[in-house]
Design a protein around this ligand. Sequence first.
Ligand code: NAD
Length: 357
Amino acid sequence: MQPSTLELMQQMGHEQVAFCQDPHTGLNAIIAIHNTVLGPSLGGTRVWNYASHQDALVDALRLSRGMTYKSALAGLNLGGGKAVLIGDASKLKNEAYWRRYGRFVNSLNGKYITAEDVNTSKTDMEYIGMETKFVTGKPEYMGGSGDPSPLTSYGVYMGMKAAAKKAFGSDDLSGRKVLVQGAGNVGRYLMEYLVKDGAKVYTSDINESKVKEVLAMMPSIEVVDSDKIFDLEMDIYAPCALGATVNTETIGKMKCPVIAGGANNQLADENVHGPMLVEKGIIYVPDFLINAGGIINISIEIDGYNRERAYNTVSKIYDRALQIFDTAEREGTHTQLAAMQAAEKRLNDIAKVHTGL
Ligand code: NAD
């Protein structure tokens, strides 16, 4: 028998899960609020055609917990939340759908603040914003912070430089061979930094048009077949496409001392592959540390957006990564675990501050 919603919430430590269905607009929504110790929960809204309602629920629970850790480690006063909307985005999305969803978000009185995610856009955020103020990622002309990808890529670049310092004794990336897997939003902006720094950049994407776009802008980049990327000897592997690309098979093939990329959930199983990377001497920058630029950018939108402040705050990913490498080394553990423990420590410390106990 499948565990009930409450049992899943107990297992993963969630505070609240809210459901909403509306036959007029076809809205079937789940908002998962994992933890609000540091502040209101914030996380994107994902529209996905899930195989079952249980799959959608588990995704919302897993993603919202991930947001708690990401914001806690980034030093933000935000908790973890996420919304999943069940169904085919191309058939469902229209003004009424988003405004109905906006009212659902509003009914939580600010305990959950939403943003863009898979299959949602700035325009969708505008519609949501007609019904609630608890929405971020609005277009720049509305006082929002716009597309978070440039800031995410900048954070990945800073985390990569920190890893280079640790691995090679210098954070100068000129001449370094870097493979960027995924030439989408995050990958492309990251490649711009790398090319500017004089790195030797390789890329691979299953979508040819993405590769063409990148080559038109940066002709020095070399393209590698998706199934040959781990045959390459490189200095840095930057996963910027899907999750779980760091697994038993790929670690076995990898010929690189550093993994530093923007994708979410890079380790197929953190308990297995975190230690495996340590054994192989590969420096891994935890995904939720290095790709926090987007959420940091959004947190600044809440206070009143200032781009310079956003870049400044994201640049701190460099020092944070160095601290996590040191902690992991000192405690004889892997970097993903060290990062999770640092996030948990901040949550516990601030919970005590709030309760005075
Ligand atoms: P995107 O969809 O713009 O780009 C992803 C690219 O990866 C696409 O071009 C796709 O064709 C390619 N791809 C898919 N499978 C591939 C494969 N097997 N091999 C090579 N390429 C493949 O997405 P994005 O916004 O650039 O996000 C990339 C990753 O970063 C995702 O994991 C996302 O969750 C994560 N992330 C993004 C942000 C952000 O601000 N955009 C923030 C945090 C985390």
